[in-house]
Design a protein around this ligand. Structure first.
Ligand SMILES: Cc1cc2nc3c(=O)[nH]c(=O)nc-3n(C[C@H](O)[C@H](O)[C@H](O)COP(=O)(O)OP(=O)(O)OC[C@H]3O[C@@H](n4cnc5c(N)ncnc54)[C@H](O)[C@@H]3O)c2cc1C
Length: 537
């Protein structure tokens, strides 16, 4: 069963290794714990629904609570601390496209805000509820989870958009195919959510981001169905699919998506590689990204993330052994950087890629430590998300910031984000643990993904205030460095103040007008992605 106030399956608990605990204690002090706000208290105090009855809509308190938040840290703080204050008035769980069109008509009749809800894994405030002057209807898409068909000839598959990652892969794998889209939230996020947030999976280097995988589909809007045919290519004007990608529920509801699929690869291996320094590692990774070598992933951790990952892995004996091995090979473990490199395809392709990548790795003094580290990472790649629960229970809050910049700015931007975060709570005399990795590399640049851990404060309000200071410091650093405010988490509410810096007011108004044609009363996910009312609108 899904946990009501944290990440994932309620029966899964993962511990923090003694080395991980020691690292946090030494750097930021003992965590501050407080009991969670109980579920029954929330359910007792939900306000009356403002929506009239409808056969597809329920005012069930538990469902209204579940749909009142995503997985952003502010959502967590409000949920765990009992300060979550706004809830949808009703939740609908449609089973068909006709149900969705009927629900939009009902929302239009009652001037209700409409929030499409996929898997609820947003980390940027996409699902927060702000409407106080009109009712809110959440449309939860979990019932639209069917496979419509696999077109083996054209390597396309059509699914209903509420399907979760594991179900989607199960259908495709049983026929020898894969979508290959594995965000860290894979277990609980949906195909529609991936498209609506421009998501990126861990093996995007080979399979592409969701933008490359989304071939077409259908969107239910207040104006009717918008159909997007899956042409292999087209010069018929701007591509409306690009407007749907990242639309964050503002255009309408994606009901079906057609995606590009690939045959399951013969080999899908990940190797661990160590470099003696960040500079060597970063140059090696840039060279790999700019080569034509076919890789499934390149994930480079900076020195502190390398140490933190190894400490969290908790296998003390193996870590000692690894340290000795690195020293023997001339690498000081302290500034060393770990890089995971994936090879995929036929045996012949994977071998050729390993050989070619090997010579680049050697050129930058890297050593390959074999498949063991990579296989362990792959096995646990979705489990590590559960650490958020563990850390919270130990009194620590954890969040991330992510951006993408060109290669000439990667190191400076990463350092700047980290410094700004480290200093953000100086006045509160709180230290922060901050580390980063590059996980999506391109010819012209890379994503930067920074994790920060800080102690919970003695009240939810103070923890939220500290989070705001951190988020603002990190986001400003990103904007000042010329990075995008999001490489793959989207805008939602939390990144909205920084969007104009990259889209400009003309860009924001262009998007606003396009959405307004489909949604004249601004009912679709109001206050997310774009300002409620952009200045020139
Ligand atoms: C632990 C963790 C790890 C994560 N790792 C990654 C990662 O590796 N890569 C990545 O890209 N993201 C990641 N995320 C962020 C999140 O999982 C993605 O943004 C994901 O794409 C959201 O999908 P969802 O189905 O949960 O959508 P939701 O969170 O339910 O919704 C997100 C937005 O999409 C809209 N939406 C959802 N479905 C539809 C639809 N059918 N039609 C129209 N609008 C819709 C919603 O209205 C909302 O605005 C992570 C999140 C967590 C908590």
């Amino acid at each position: 069963m899904r946990r009501w106030n944290g990440w994932g399956d309620a029966s899964v608990q993962i511990g923090l290794s003694p080395a991980g605990r020691a690292l946090l204690k030494q750097r930021i002090g003992e965590g501050r714990t407080a009991p969670d706000y109980p579920l029954d208290k929330f359910l007792e105090r939900l306000p009356e629904s403002r929506l009239p009855r409808h056969p597809l809509v329920t005012a069930d308190p538990r469902l209204r609570l579940e749909c009142a938040h995503g997985q952003s840290l502010p959502d967590w703080i409000r949920l765990r601390g009992g300060t979550l204050a706004h809830f949808p008035d009703g939740v609908a769980r449609p089973q068909t496209r006709q149900d969705i069109q009927a629900l939009l008509a009902y929302a239009a009749d009652h001037n209700a805000g409409v929030i499409p809800y996929g898997g609820g894994t947003s980390v940027a405030g996409h699902l927060e509820i702000h409407e106080t002057d009109r009712p809110v209807l959440t449309i939860a898409l979990g019932g639209l989870n069917r496979l419509i068909g696999i077109d083996e000839n054209n390597l396309l598959a059509t699914f209903e958009a509420g399907i979760l990652g594991p179900e989607l892969e199960k259908h495709l794998n049983s026929k020898g195919f894969t979508l290959g889209h594995y965000p860290h939230s894979f277990e609980y996020s949906t195909l529609g959510g991936w498209v609506a947030t421009r998501s990126s999976g861990q093996q995007s280097r080979h399979y592409g981001r969701i933008e490359q995988l989304f071939a077409g589909g259908e969107i239910a809007t207040f104006k009717g169905q918008l159909k997007l045919p899956p042409f292999p290519a087209s010069a018929a004007g701007p591509d409306i699919r690009q407007l749907v990608l990242g639309s964050e529920g503002r255009m309408g509801i994606l009901t079906r998506a057609i995606v590009k699929i690939s045959p399951l690869p013969e080999v899908d291996d990940i190797y661990g590689v160590f470099f003696p320094s960040w500079d060597d590692a970063c140059q090696a990774v840039q060279t790999l990204a700019q080569s034509q070598i076919s890789l499934s992933m390149v994930r480079l951790s900076n020195p502190l993330e390398t140490r933190a990952n190894l400490a969290l892995a908790g296998h003390q004996q193996q870590i000692k052994w690894l340290g000795r091995y690195l020293k023997l090979r001339g690498i000081d473990p302290k500034p060393a950087c770990m890089c995971l490199i994936g090879y995929i395809g036929s045996r012949r392709q994977a071998r050729a890629a390993r050989n070619e990548a090997g010579s680049i790795i050697g050129r930058f003094k890297g050593i390959t430590a074999g498949k063991r580290i990579g296989s362990a990472w792959k096995k646990n790649r979705f489990r590590s998300a559960y650490l958020r629960n563990t850390l919270w229970d130990l009194g620590y809050a954890v969040d991330t910031l992510e951006t993408a910049v060109n290669w000439d700015k990667v190191t400076d931007t990463m350092v700047k984000i980290e410094r700004c975060l480290e200093q953000a709570l100086d006045s509160a005399r709180e230290s922060i643990v901050v580390f980063s990795h590059l996980s999506h590399v391109y010819e012209s640049g890379s994503s930067i993904y920074t994790t920060f851990v800080f102690r919970r404060a003695d009240s939810p309000a103070k923890t939220l205030e500290n989070w705001r200071a951190l988020k603002q410091a990190g986001s400003r650093a990103i904007v000042e460095a010329g990075g995008t405010i999001s490489h793959h988490h989207g805008i939602g509410k939390d990144h909205l103040p920084y969007l104009e810096a990259e889209k400009g007011s003309i860009g924001i108004n262009t998007l606003d007008r396009a959405f307004r044609y489909l949604d004249p009363n601004r009912q679709m996910n109001p206050g997310k992605l774009l300002p409620r009312k952009p200045q020139d609108s």
